[in-house]
Design a protein around this ligand. Structure first.
Ligand SMILES: Nc1ncnc2c1ncn2[C@@H]1O[C@H](COP(=O)(O)OP(=O)(O)OP(=O)(O)O)[C@@H](O)[C@H]1O
Ligand SMILES: O=P(O)(O)OC[C@H]1O[C@H](OP(=O)(O)OP(=O)(O)O)[C@H](O)[C@@H]1O
Ligand SMILES: [Mg+2]
Length: 282
C-alpha cells in the first residue's frame, strides 16, 4: 500500500485534498481524521503538519508527500521534488521598514525574524552576511513593530500582510515556492505505485490547464490552423462529408482558448467548440 503524507492545516491543506479527490482518491470528511485508508486505490493517507512532511518522507516511513518547496528546503531533510502542483504559489522575501536596507549584503549586525530559519540562515551564509536569526512561528510581520527584529524574511503572496504592517520588500527573492510532491532521496525511481500516483496527479493538472478544441476548416487552411492548435503531440484531422473540409481536434491551454478561437475564425474555421477535460492520462 502506498503511504502518502498530506498537509492537515494551512494554505496547502484544502487544495491538496481537492486535487487528490479530483484524481479519484478518497479524502477525509472532517479535519480531525488523521489517517485514512483508501483500499480501492491501495493508498493510505496521513494528514500531517506541512512542516513535518519532508521529515517523515526522508525517514522512509512514508513513500511520498505533498508539501511546499519552501518547507522542504527549510527542513533540510533528505527529500526531493518529483512533481510541481501549481497551487500555494508564493515568493520568499526579505522585508523591513522603508530605508532599512536595499540588499542582503547590508544586513550584517541586524536581526532577522522568520519562520524559515533554515532557508534564511543558509541564504545569509551564502552571501557571507553575519546577522542574527530569530525564529517565530507566524505573524512575523509584527516582529518589527514590537522591536524583536529590524528585518523579516517571510512568505509573500499578494503583499497585503506587508503593506498592512508598513513594510517593504527589498533585495532579490530568496526563492519561489509552490506545492510539490516529494520523495526520499535515493528512493526507487521506478516504483510502479508511485508512478501511477504521479500520472493521476498529472492528469488533474492537464484537465485543469487544457480544454479540447474542435473545429471545421477548409483543407487548404489546415496547415495554418494546425500551427495555431498543435495539440500536445499532434492534432487529429478527420475527413468531413462536405468535400474540401476537415474536422480538427486538439488540446489547447485554457488560458489561450478565446484568442485561438478568434484566430481560427479569421482563418475561416467554423463550428469552433471547446469542451472541458474531466480527467486525463498522457
Ligand atoms: N498567503 C499564502 N499564499 C500562498 N501560499 C502560502 C501563503 N501562506 C503560506 N503559503 C504556503 O503554504 C505553506 C506553508 O503552510 P503552513 O501551513 O506552514 O503555513 P500557513 O499556510 O501560513 O498556515 P498557518 O496558518 O498554519 O501558518 C508554504 O509552502 C507557503 O509558501
Ligand atoms: O502576501 P500575502 O497575500 O499577505 O500572504 C502572505 C502572508 O500569508 C502567510 O501568513 P498566514 O496568514 O498564514 O499567517 P502566519 O504568518 O501566522 O503564518 C504568510 O506567512 C504571510 O504572512
Ligand atoms: Mg502561515
Amino acid at each position: 500500500m502506498l503511504r502518502i503524507a498530506v498537509p492537515n492545516k494551512g494554505s496547502l491543506s484544502a487544495p491538496a485534498s481537492a486535487m487528490l479527490h479530483e484524481a479519484g482518491y478518497r479524502q477525509r470528511k472532517e479535519s480531525k481524521e488523521l489517517v485514512l485508508v483508501d483500499s480501492t486505490n491501495d493508498v493510505e493517507f496521513f494528514y500531517l503538519r506541512p512542516r513535518d512532511i519532508a521529515i517523515y518522507v526522508s525517514s522512509g516511513r512514508l513513500d511520498i508527500g505533498i508539501t511546499g518547496r519552501d518547507l522542504l528546503l527549510d527542513s533540510g531533510a533528505s527529500a526531493e521534488e518529483i512533481l510541481q502542483l501549481g497551487f500555494a504559489r508564493s515568493t520568499f522575501r526579505y522585508a523591513a521598514r522603508p530605508g532599512t536596507a536595499t540588499a542582503v549584503e547590508e544586513l550584517g549586525g541586524m536581526t532577522v525574524a522568520t519562520s524559515y530559519e533554515g532557508v534564511v540562515a543558509k541564504h545569509l551564509a551564502d552571501h557571507g552576511v553575519d546577522a542574527a536569526v530569530v525564529h517565530l512561528d507566524g505573524a512575523v510581520e509584527t516582529a518589527i513593530q514590537l522591536g524583536v527584529a529590524q528585518v523579516i524574511a517571510d512568505v509573500v503572496e499578494t503583499g497585503t500582510s506587508l503593506r498592512n504592517a508598513g513594510l517593504e520588500t527589498f533585495g532579490e527573492p530568496l526563492m519561489e515556492s509552490e506545492a510539490v510532491v516529494i520523495r526520499r532521496v535515493g528512493a526507487d525511481a521506478d516504483d510502479h505505485k508511485v508512478r501511477q500516483f504521479l500520472r493521476r496527479l498529472q492528469g488533474v493538472l492537464v484537465a485543469r490547464r487544457y480544454v479540447m478544441m474542435d473545429y471545421d476548416i477548409r483543407v487548404e487552411q489546415v496547415e495554418k490552423a494546425v500551427a495555431l492548435t498543435p495539440g500536445l503531440e499532434s492534432p487529429t484531422v478527420s475527413p468531413l462529408h462536405h468535400e474540401g473540409w476537415v474536422a480538427v481536434r486538439a488540446m489547447v491551454p485554457t488560458a489561450d482558448a478565446q484568442r485561438i478561437m478568434d484566430e481560427l475564425y479569421e482563418l475561416g474555421a467554423r463550428a469552433i467548440l471547446t469542451t472541458g477535460i474531466h480527467a486525463a492520462r498522457l
